[in-house]
Design a binder for this molecule. Structure first.
Ligand SMILES: [Zn+2]
Length: 165
């Protein structure tokens, strides 16, 4: 198993350095969010009782405390409101430039999303630029299934990337 960006680990699973969510059903009640990401969809939860849409996805509605939630699609394109760009001293596991941005998805109530922007050369991003969802693989998670042995749970995460002009 290749551990992206951490060559010193020589293919060992870095349990204490794992910065990605435990996405599998066994660990995460919001596993549907990651399954949807694998299909290229950015989704969040909508309350079936009161209609409230919360981002990031929840397991309980923050408005009426109902647990009866469903997943709803969010736009996969947005505009950069503001961003920061780190070129030197980027943390282990990330490439330079490390860009974080607040993206306006153009719809309420999950209008503003804090995300990384990838596939973007340093110094080129500007406020107002159009960006789109980019789903990428992250190191798989080994899950101990007892007598069935260890299975590798494939994982993905998301960022946004500039829309090619
Ligand atoms: Zn509700």
């Amino acid at each position: 198993m290749a551990v992206l960006g951490i060559p010193i680990l020589e293919d060992l699973y870095p349990s204490t350095m794992d910065m990605w969510p435990l996405e599998a059903k066994e660990f995460n009640r919001n596993w549907t969010f990651y399954e949807n990401l694998k299909a290229g969809r950015l989704t969040t939860t909508k309350c079936k009782s009161c209609g409230h849409v919360a981002y990031p996805p929840r397991v309980i509605c923050p408005e009426c405390y109902s647990e009866d939630l469903e997943y709803t699609d969010l736009p996969t394109k947005g505009k950069v409101i503001i961003f920061s760009e780190e070129v030197k001293g980027v943390p282990l596991g990330f490439d330079s430039p490390l860009i974080h941005a607040v993206i306006d998805l153009g719809v309420d109530p999950a209008r503003r999303v804090l995300t990384r922007v990838i596939n973007c050369p340093a110094g080129t991003l500007q406020r107002g630029d159009e960006v789109q969802l980019a789903v990428f693989p992250v190191p798989a998670l080994p899950i101990d299934k007892g007598r069935q042995g260890t299975i590798m749970s494939e994982r993905v995460f998301f960022a946004f990337e500039p829309v090619k002009k």
